[in-house]
Structures are given as structure tokens and as C-alpha cells.
Design a protein around this ligand. Structure first.
Ligand SMILES: [Ca+2]
Length: 188
């Protein structure tokens, strides 16, 4: 019985230590290539949506009323993806719907009221593996355009060797468990 209690203590202590590590991520999109349904001006080509610059973007020059407008980002190889963000280039503001496909298979939808410079984000509950990310817009009052996409891969977190100061809850929990262990040790 004492071994079980000790395990609980060790797990809690580990959690308190590892939670102090910051999760970092890399943007895979900037190393990819982009193609699109259409392009308005040469200066607004699909690659401008993955150039790491929020001031440049792709614009299709078309509303999606008659046919969906899309942009697809090819990462070059199957990659682990944790999050996708999209920086909207839209005027006028209004209701939009964007379907996101991974390697040609529908995965999720961004749907709702958006405006110029809206930032949309989707975090996968579990990391997914894909090479191609396609964003297809089926509803928008605007020519379809995006300033920038980020396709984020979370890097393995490295636990810090020195824990951050424990909060009141942490100190209380550790103290409580220590007291419980001592009592059980005295009982045996
Ligand atoms: Ca850009």
C-alpha cells in the first residue's frame, strides 16, 4: 500500500515540474509550395499566403458564389501537424465558410462571421499526419483571399531542470501527500 502512495507522490511531483516547460512549434507552411483555383494579380499569387509575411497575400479575384475557391499547400512530405491558422484577407466582412482537407480528405470547417484581418485557428485534439492542406471557401461575400497560413508542428517539450515556484495549490498538495505518507508509514 505504501508503494502506491509513493507512486502518486512521484507522479504529482513530475507534473508540477514538467508543466513549467514551454511548448514550442515550427511553421511548416513557409517551406511548402502553394497552388490555387485562380489568382487575381501576379503580386497576389498563392505563394504569398505562405511567405511568412502578414502584409502579403493570395487573392483569387473571385467570389465563391458559382464555384468554390481554394488554395492548397503542399508540405513536400507527410508531416505531423498540431495546429493550422489562417489570417483572413476579406472585404466586405460577413459570413464565410471554409472547408479544410488533409490529403484530399475533409477534416474540419471554419464557419462564421469574419472580417479583414480575422485570425482563424484550429488545434487538432491529436496530432495528424498529412502532406497537403487544402482550404476551400464555399461561402463568402468577398473575393476569396488569405494573408497568411501557418501549419504548425509542436516540438517535443524539454522539461526544465529547475521547477518554477509552486503555487499555493501545489505546495498544499505536496504537503498533504507528504503528511499522508508519514501517517501511513507510522501505521505500518
Ligand atoms: Ca503573406
Amino acid at each position: 500500500m505504501r508503494q502506491v502512495d509513493t507512486s502518486v507522490f512521484v507522479v504529482l511531483a513530475s507534473l508540477l515540474f514538467t508543466c513549467s516547460a514551454d511548448a514550442a512549434s515550427i511553421n511548416l507552411a513557409t517551406n511548402g509550395t502553394a497552388t490555387a483555383s485562380s489568382t487575381w494579380l501576379p503580386s497576389m499569387s498563392p505563394d504569398k499566403a505562405i511567405d511568412g509575411d502578414n502584409n502579403t497575400g493570395w487573392n483569387s479575384g473571385n467570389v465563391p458564389w458559382f464555384s468554390p475557391q481554394w488554395i492548397e499547400i503542399d508540405l513536400g512530405q507527410a508531416s505531423t501537424i498540431n495546429q493550422i491558422t489562417g489570417f483572413v484577407d476579406q472585404w466586405p466582412s460577413g459570413y464565410t465558410k471554409h472547408n479544410i482537407y488533409l490529403d484530399g480528405i475533409f477534416n474540419f470547417t471554419w464557419e462564421g462571421d469574419t472580417a479583414y484581418s480575422s485570425l482563424l485557428s484550429y488545434i487538432f485534439q491529436s496530432p495528424v499526419t498529412a502532406q497537403k492542406v487544402k482550404i476551400e471557401t464555399t461561402i463568402s461575400p468577398s473575393w476569396v483571399g488569405w494573408k497568411e497560413f501557418q501549419i504548425l508542428q509542436e516540438l517535443p517539450s524539454v522539461p526544465t531542470s529547475v521547477p518554477e515556484p509552486l503555487g499555493f495549490f501545489g505546495i498544499s498538495a505536496v504537503a498533504g501527500l507528504s503528511l499522508m505518507l508519514k501517517r501511513r508509514q507510522m501505521q505500518h
